[in-house]
Design a protein around this ligand. Structure first.
Ligand code: PRT
Ligand code: MG
Length: 224
C-alpha cells in the first residue's frame, strides 16, 4: 500500500522559505521549471510546479537534511552550516552532488568592539561562546586549543555578548550589517558557506531516470 503510493508520488524537492527558496527558483527556471504558487501569499507547504512530476515541500532550513535522509523528499537544498550541524559534513544516506553556490555567507567568530580577542586567546582565557552552530564552534576552538564553554542558542546570537551571556558568538555573516548594528566585530572566519544540493541515495538508485536529469539541469544552471 505504502510502496504503491510511493511509486506514484512526484519527485519531491525540499526547500526552506527565504533566501534558499528565492535563490533556488532562478536555477529551476533555467531548467524550465516554474512554481505554481506565490510563496509570499500561500500558506501551502506542498507546492506544485510546471512539471507535473516535481513538487516542492517547504520545511525549516535545519529540517531539510532530515526530510531527504528519510526519503520523504528525494532532493533538497541545504546550507553547509546546516549539513555540518546535522551529522557532520557528510551525513549518512545523503549524496551531495553539487555546490549550488547560492545563499553564500561565512561562519565567523565575533566579539564586542573593543574586546581584545587575540589577547584573551593568547593568555589562555576560558571563553564563553554563544552559538546555534555548536558542532562547528566546538571543532574550531578545539583545533585552535582554545578552552571554551559553548552556550547553545536558537537565534539572535548577537544579543548574547551585549547582555553578558557570552564573551563571543559564532554566527553567519553576509553583509556584516547585523554585527555592526550591535557593535560587534568579526575576528575570525571558521568556514565559508554556500548551499548544496542533497539527494537521497536510495531514491537516486530507484528513480535515477527522473532524478539524474534534475541534477544535470541544476549543474548546467550553476555553470551558467
Ligand atoms: O530563520 P530560521 O530559524 O527559520 O532558519 P535559518 O536561519 O536557518 O534559515 P534562513 O532561511 O535564515 O537561512 C538559510 C540558510 O541561508 C542558512 O542555513 C545559511 O546557509 C544561508 N545564509 C546565507 C544565511 C545568511 N546568509 C545570513 N546572513 N543564514 C542566515 N543569515 C543571518 C545570520 O544568522 C545573521 O543573523 O543573517 C544575519 C547576518 O546577516 P548580515 O547580512 O547582516 O551579515
Ligand atoms: Mg534565519
Amino acid at each position: 500500500m505504502i510502496a504503491a503510493a510511493e511509486g506514484r508520488r512526484p519527485i519531491t524537492l525540499a526547500l526552506s522559505k527565504g533566501r534558499i527558496f528565492d535563490e533556488t527558483l532562478p536555477l529551476l527556471a533555467e531548467a524550465g521549471i516554474t512554481v505554481n504558487e506565490d510563496l509570499g501569499s500561500t500558506r501551502k507547504l506542498i507546492i506544485s510546479t510546471s512539471d507535473p512530476d516535481l513538487r516542492i515541500i517547504i520545511v525549516r532550513a535545519s529540517d531539510v537534511p532530515t526530510y531527504v535522509q528519510y526519503g520523504a523528499a528525494d532532493l533538497g537544498v541545504a546550507g553547509k552550516d546546516v549539513l555540518y550541524e546535522h551529522e557532520g559534513i557528510h551525513p549518512a544516506g545523503l549524496y551531495q552532488p553539487l555546490d549550488l553556490e547560492i545563499a553564500r555567507c561565512r561562519l565567523s567568530v565575533a566579539v564586542p568592539a573593543g574586546f581584545d580577542y587575540e589577547a584573551a586567546v593568547y593568555q589562555g582565557a576560558r571563553l564563553r561562546v554563544a552559538t546555534k552552530y555548536v558542532e562547528a564552534a566546538r571543532e574550531h576552538f578545539a583545533a585552535k586549543g582554545v578552552h571554551v564553554d559553548i552556550i547553545k542558542l536558537y537565534g539572535s546570537m548577537e544579543l548574547a555578548p551585549l547582555v553578558g551571556l557570552a564573551d563571543a558568538i559564532v554566527d553567519l555573516v553576509s553583509t556584516g550589517s547585523t554585527l555592526r548594528a550591535n557593535h560587534l566585530v568579526a575576528v575570525e572566519d571558521i568556514m565559508s558557506i554556500s548551499s548544496r544540493l542533497i539527494v537521497n541515495q536510495a531514491a537516486l538508485k530507484t528513480r535515477r531516470e527522473r532524478i539524474q536529469p534534475l541534477i544535470d539541469a541544476f549543474r548546467r544552471a550553476v555553470a551558467d
